[in-house]
Design a protein around this ligand. Structure first.
Ligand code: URA
Length: 437
């Protein structure tokens, strides 16, 4: 088969055949297709989309491109469930949710992604914990899930390898914002992970790949319909990404905020609402609880009792990180040499969150190119939420940078990304909608 014919078909708005999609998947998995051809087809899909049938075939093909996990013989006494987000800035939900849900009796084998476009990646953030192995062999992964209840790892070479390659190429070719490509990317990994059920966090807003509510609903419907084809029970929650989630954005700084949350020292209210809603939906979709209020109360108890923090600690140690990390995290997390508070005056009214994510890339905390190494210490802390009155005392954020020059550039980008005004703005909801199949 000539791959140029495959690209041409999609470029001209045609439908790809089953054979063409399988050829694409095989060429991704064994890396026989060159980057430029993959990028060209990804762009054609981005521009001309795919039918539901094409997207479902791409999903199933990528799911089957490597190992497919099976938990049925692992002797687990609870359901296997995961959460996946379509990506945002400051989204550290996975580090909170996995141990909370594990403490509530579920098993969470979480295979996360690296940064994509302007969004941060859970795998990159996990690597801010010294020694933490995001690429263990399957036996270790399985044993950690079994003994701790959760394990957050990165996409291994043998799990949905076709998506792994496509994901890395989409990241640097402006081909992310495609409903069929996002659907296939997420679900291929989740189907390969052998889950009983999935909760999706579809982000909407200026920092999300879906900037309008209408597109977020379309993506949610695409995910629910495709997951149903693979017998994967799925609930989608559409959540707000018109501002950074929580008070930090970066890698090590987000781990620090996650630890503060799990220790119940500081829980940002918007972050808390998202975490509680997603955790509760995981308990509901698996039948662990049948009432949302009871599910939320159970998750709350997992935090206040210290059980979730304990699970996180055990997971870190089991995956090679320091023992007792939760009590001593500041000793282990890298800090940037330069810090700079950004001040302006007025009420913070609007944030271009994509521009904030791009500022993190400029600081060295995200990638310009496939495989680029990150500076995990950089980012923003003390990020103000919309509605905050900013002045000389209350900063917009504190920049953590490798040099004065990059800090100055990040300050310029951050100020350019934010709108302030004299009157207090209305603040929006963080949970928009829940959909299920
Ligand atoms: N997360 C993924 O795993 N893939 C996407 O395409 C977007 C978000």
């Amino acid at each position: 088969m000539l791959f140029t014919d495959v690209i041409r078909t999609k470029r001209d708005g045609g439908e790809l055949s089953e054979e063409q999609i399988q050829y694409f998947v095989d060429g991704l998995a064994d890396e026989s297709l060159p980057i430029e051809q993959v990028a060209a087809l990804a762009m054609a899909i981005c521009l001309n989309s795919m039918t539901f049938e094409e997207a479902a075939r791409l999903t199933m093909g990528m799911a089957a491109s490597g190992t497919v996990l099976d938990w049925s013989d692992a002797g687990l006494d609870g359901p296997v469930v995961d959460k996946h987000s379509t990506g945002g800035v400051g989204d550290k939900v996975s580090f909170l949710l996995a141990p909370i849900v594990a403490a509530c009796g579920c098993y969470v084998p979480m295979i996360s992604g690296r940064g994509l476009g302007h969004t941060g990646g859970t795998t990159d953030k996990a690597e801010a914990i010294p020694g933490y192995n995001t690429a263990p062999d399957f036996e270790t992964f399985r044993n950690v899930v079994k003994s701790v209840g959760c394990a957050i790892i990165g996409q291994t070479a043998d799990l949905a390898p076709a998506d792994r390659r496509l994901y890395a190429i989409r990241d640097v070719t402006a081909t992310i914002e495609s409903i069929p490509l996002i659907t296939a990317s997420i679900l291929s990994k989740k189907i390969a992970a052998g889950l009983d059920a999935l909760v999706m966090d579809v982000k909407v807003g200026s920092g999300a790949f879906m900037s309008s509510h209408e597109r977020a609903v379309r993506l949610s419907q695409s995910i629910i319909a495709t997951a149903a084809k693979a017998n994967l029970r799925t609930t989608v929650v559409i959540t707000d990404m018109n501002e950074v989630l929580g008070t930090t954005a970066g890698n090590a700084v987000e781990i620090a905020e996650s630890v503060a949350y799990l220790r119940n020292d500081y829980r940002d209210s918007r972050l808390d609402e998202v975490v509680m809603q997603l955790c509760a939906q995981m308990l509901l979709v698996t039948g662990t609880e049948d009432d949302i209020e009871r599910a939320i109360a159970r998750c709350e108890k997992a935090i206040t009792s210290g059980q979730a923090a304990e699970r996180f600690d055990e997971m870190v140690a089991a995956l090679g990180g320091p023992r007792g990390f939760v009590t001593n995290s500041s000793k282990y997390l890298a800090t940037a040499p330069v810090t700079r508070a950004v001040h302006t005056s007025g009420f913070l009214a609007e944030v271009n969150v994509r521009a904030v994510g791009n500022a993190i890339i400029e600081l060295g905390g995200g990638r310009h190119q496939v495989g680029e190494k990150l500076d995990l210490s950089v980012g923003f802390t003390d990020v103000a939420s919309i509605g905050t009155l900013l002045d000389n005392e209350t900063p917009l954020a504190i920049i953590h940078a490798a040099s004065e020059d990059t800090a100055a550039e990040a300050e310029r980008l951050l100020l350019g990304a934010c709108t302030v005004q004299e009157e207090a703005p209305e603040t929006g909801r963080v949970i928009h909608e829940k959909l299920s199949g």
